[in-house]
Ligand binder design. Structure first.
Ligand SMILES: Cc1ncc(COP(=O)(O)O)c(C=O)c1O
Length: 381
């Protein structure tokens, strides 16, 4: 076996990644670490995939996406944006993960500055490292919303800003006013915006969510990232998409077809069935998440060393703990006590001192997990 040295790109990601491998869980462990719905994909979507397979959707398809799905998504995005998007402004991808990779690798050159408000989704930093860019983390304000003054200072000269709205891991929903303010900061610059709206359907207050695409002064510089994973409980299907300026999408398509080729043909037919379901698919799940959120917050209220703002969206609570222990070590201790959570430091430097608790699992699981969290924290504090 010749001596192997990983590429510089792989080495950069390994050195800088904040992501903590979870490994295989011990037996009798309960998990609040999961980033996915515990619901089955709605039956009409499953049926559409099976029918598509029987009808021969077993071949390569267009590398930018199934034309019918691309058109349907262009129509959807046009409605969201209040402005017409053509099919060549749409790219179907292998989940949001590949959408984010395609967008970042299409835009970021070695040495480019990329602003990452944090705590934020940990994949962004790794992808910027893969591209050779320089991530600049900008900590949130104390209410976990953006610190707009800090962003104003950090953004000049940035090629790109990347964020999720609603935010994984904090559950914050960035308001229309925040987006308008961001637009004002970026006015007259060449900075692009990558808005990851994976959780846009999981928002608890009516009308609280506002897309970057629906923000007039942001739209022209926005690369919109979306996925079927969370909205339709389709994490394993791997179907996402990008929408944005045609030249950016063409560059992203070049990257995506280089890494991924085309997306699974039958899954793209099933995605059409998901779109036809629309909000009817998410409503029962949203009702369940709301109940689970209430249960989790009732339990948090009884643990004096843990506090979290009530999430406005997503199915995560980002809880600050009062104990002299690093979040990775606390996570390891909790794991020994039989409960999995994610360490706050995974989401950026200011995430230290926090853990992320998912309330996507069912209510008995949340109770069992919080029993263990409470007991373990009592021993530590
Ligand atoms: C904010 C955010 N964006 C993107 C993704 C990835 O989604 P997908 O399953 O479509 O790759 C996740 C998954 O947890 C996420 O939390």
């Amino acid at each position: 076996m010749p001596e192997f040295t990983a590429s510089a790109a792989a080495g950069r990601v390994e050195r800088h990644s904040l992501r903590v491998p979870m490994g295989s869980p011990p037996t009798d462990v309960v998990s609040l670490a999961m980033g996915e719905p515990d619901f089955a994909t709605p039956e009409p979507i499953v049926a559409a995939a099976i029918t598509a397979l029987h009808q021969g959707a077993t071949h390569y398809v267009h590398q930018h996406g199934d034309p019918e799905l691309r058109s349907a998504l262009a129509a959807e995005v046009s409605t969201l944006a209040g402005q017409s998007f053509s099919d060549d402004q749409l790219l179907i991808t292998h989940g949001a993960s590949a959408a984010l990779a395609a967008a970042i690798l299409a835009v970021v050159d070695p040495g480019d500055k990329v602003v990452l408000p944090e705590p934020g989704y940990s994949l962004y930093g790794d992808l910027v490292q893969l591209a050779g860019g320089t991530p600049v983390f900008v900590p949130a304000a104390s209410d976990l919303h953006w610190d707009l003054d800090a962003l104003r200072t950090a953004l000049p000269g940035a090629k790109l800003i990347v964020f999720s709205n609603p935010c994984n891991p904090t559950g914050v929903v960035h308001s229309k006013e925040e987006l308008v303010e961001l637009a004002a900061i970026l006015h007259g610059t060449g900075t692009l915006v990558l808005s990851d709206e994976a959780y846009s359907a999981i928002v608890y207050a009516d009308g609280a969510f506002h897309s970057a695409l629906a923000t007039d002064d942001l739209r022209a510089r926005t690369i919109y990232c979306q996925t079927m994973s969370k909205t339709f409980a389709m994490t394993g299907w791997r179907l996402g998409y990008l929408a944005g300026p045609a030249d950016v999408i063409a560059a992203a398509a070049r990257i995506h077809r280089t890494f991924n080729g085309c997306v699974n043909a039958a899954v793209q037919r099933a995605a059409l069935a998901a779109l036809a379901q629309g909000p009817a698919a998410i409503d029962p799940m949203l009702t369940a998440y709301r109940e689970r959120r209430d249960v989790l917050f009732d339990r948090l209220a009884d643990i004096p060393s843990l506090s979290a703002p009530r999430p406005e969206g997503t199915f995560y609570a980002f809880a600050r703990y009062d104990a002299p222990i690093r979040s990775v070590d606390l996570t390891a201790r909790l794991r020994e006590s039989g409960v999995l959570v994610r360490p706050g430091a995974e989401y950026g430097p200011s995430g230290e001192g926090h853990i992320r608790l998912s309330f996507a699992p069912d209510i008995p699981t949340i109770h069992q997990a919080m029993d263990r969290v409470a007991m373990s924290l009592k021993e530590i504090t």
